[in-house]
Ligand binder design. Structure first.
Ligand SMILES: [Zn+2]
Ligand SMILES: [Zn+2]
Length: 278
């Protein structure tokens, strides 16, 4: 077997020691690297074949793609406005200098290798690293996409620090977007009860209804839908108004970067509606 094939058999990244144990010699490795058949990531670590984005840099740093970076790899929604590379190296391993390193190193227990951590580990890491809101949104995003079994959810709950476990208990499998998860968590913390994914005749499902009469919609879409999407939203709002609802609509920038403004709007409308009902 040639060196590149031996590395691919080991998952695309391997240590010289692993390769030598399988019969590849250091000389053959060095020659394969000179020819460009294998890629020397750092002394003693080689790659071959196509690697997922970030996996090579994580190996250069010393471990596996982890936490928010792994969640993105799995297609999970992550609340991290300025993304960095998260790398799991295990408790005692050293990290390695490499070009442009801004990595966040994770040292939770277990033996790290190369590649990508499991989804369950990535979610648990995300809680400690990015906090309750990021964890909650990522957990609901993974669940909504069918990526978490009941056993996975139990495992995650038990691996989490005790202060995060309640988030698993209030999570739902049908969150429409990460922004929706975030908004729901924040309103729950304000003590505001809300109904989720409510069907309204001639409108369809809306994200949330508060106090039986205020529709909240969060727009996680990019703007590439343009005017036609805006028109559809206006039609929805008009139909909701005809049915006696008032719609408040928020986007990513408002929810993530300007939450106090969103909170003020919601609380003011709730106050007015409750006063009018008296
Ligand atoms: Zn992290
Ligand atoms: Zn690094």
């Amino acid at each position: 077997m040639d060196a590149a094939e031996a590395i691919r058999m080991l998952g695309g990244i391997a240590r010289t020691s692993q390769l030598c144990a399988q019969g590849t010699t250091r000389l053959r490795l060095a020659r394969a690297a000179e020819r460009g058949a294998v890629d020397r990531i750092r002394p003693g670590v080689y790659a071959a074949g196509v690697l997922a984005p970030g996996v090579r840099t994580a190996a250069a740093h010393g471990g596996e793609l982890a936490c928010a970076s792994a969640l993105r790899h799995f297609g999970v929604w992550v609340l991290e406005p300025a993304p960095r590379l998260h790398v799991w190296v295990g408790p005692n391993a050293r990290t390695h200098a490499h070009d442009g390193c801004r990595c966040i190193t994770h040292r939770d227990g277990g033996a790290a290798s190369f590649g990508v951590v499991s989804l369950t580990r990535a979610l648990v890491q995300c809680a400690s690293c990015l906090g309750a809101e990021a964890f909650f949104a990522a957990f609901e995003s993974a669940w909504a996409q069918g990526l978490l079994t009941a056993a996975d959810r139990v495992e995650i709950r038990s691996d989490l620090l005790a202060r995060f476990r309640w988030l698993v208990d209030i999570a739902r499998p049908d969150a429409g977007s990460g922004l929706e998860s975030l908004l729901r968590l924040r309103l729950l913390r304000l003590g505001i009860a809300l109904a989720c994914q409510v069907p309204i005749p001639r409108v369809g499902r809306v994200d949330f209804v508060l106090a039986g009469c205020i529709v909240l919609e969060v727009d996680g879409r990019d703007n590439h839908d343009g005017p036609s999407q805006r028109h559809r939203d206006l039609v929805r709002d008009a139909e909701a108004a005809a049915a006696g609802y008032e719609t408040l609509r928020f986007d990513y920038a408002l929810v993530v970067h300007d939450w106090p403004r969103v909170e003020r709007a919601i609380l003011a409308r709730l106050r007015d509606r409750t006063a009018a009902a008296r």
